[in-house]
Ligand binder design. Structure first.
Ligand SMILES: [Zn+2]
Length: 243
């Protein structure tokens, strides 16, 4: 993060891991809710409220519900969305695909169709003030992502994982579709770095080298859109720019 001037990151993991990161690098990490063995958050909505108030948690996600065969609008998630809306905390929903052979190996309940962004629509309808973003931009269901982002103007999408897991042309095509649809100011940079720190640099370099993006569009995706989405204060933004 220091090497690439990453000033702030949303990270998802067990509470103990998030606390460790935050203690080691204060102000650099927004904690994200972690899913336990059943595929639901390891904390209750009440516990999460406390962790948000204490500054440990700042995002409800990554919600990798698809890996557990759970639909975004599953009733067991309803109270979490209500809590996120009430606290003004972003919901980060995993959408799109997962690693090849997932259903035959680590995620027996995973189904490709559970990654469709449109499955999130009932949640958006019920929660008009929910702050949310579609992780991985719902690829390959980009037309559904476009439909949702058009109708719900507060919905954002991130490009995590797409920049390094897809063939370069497929990534460009998805990005171009979203930009051409008018959503350049609602795309968020993400790495989806998991076990491999090199993904951070690779994700940045891939985006830097997209031939059809202007410097301004890149700055929006790398920083400005996230600053607006996360409602960073003027002071925070000034501090980040000083780095
Ligand atoms: Zn994901």
């Amino acid at each position: 993060m220091d090497r690439y001037n990453i000033v702030l990151a949303v990270v998802s993991g067990p509470e103990i891991a998030i606390r460790t990161w935050q203690e080691n690098a204060p102000g650099r990490f927004i904690g994200g809710v972690f899913l336990g063995d059943e595929g639901l958050p390891e904390h209750s909505p009440n516990q999460l409220t406390g962790l948000v108030e204490d500054g440990v948690m700042g995002a409800f996600g990554e919600l990798g519900l698809q890996y557990y065969g759970i639909e975004p609008d599953d009733p067991r998630m309803h109270e979490y969305y209500e809590t996120a809306e009430r606290l003004g905390i972003p919901v980060a929903l995993h959408t799109g695909l997962g690693p090849p052979r997932g259903p035959h190996t680590f995620a027996p309940e995973f189904r490709t169709t559970l990654g469709r962004p449109s499955l999130f629509e009932p949640v958006l309808v019920r929660h008009p003030n929910l702050k949310a973003y579609l992780m991985h931009a719902g690829w390959p269901y980009i037309s559904e992502t476009i439909a949702l982002m058009y109708v719900y103007p507060d919905l954002y999408a991130d490009v995590g994982v797409l920049s390094w897991a897809l063939p370069r042309e497929a990534f460009h095509e998805a990005l171009r579709s979203l930009i051409n649809a008018g959503f350049g100011d609602r795309l968020l940079f993400g790495t989806d770095q998991m076990f491999w720190p090199g993904a951070i640099g690779l994700a940045i370099e891939t985006l830097e080298n997209v031939p059809f993006l202007s410097d301004e569009q890149k700055r929006d995706i790398f920083y400005n859109n996230a600053a607006r989405f996360l409602q960073l204060s003027e002071e925070e933004i000034a501090r980040h720019h000083g780095k």
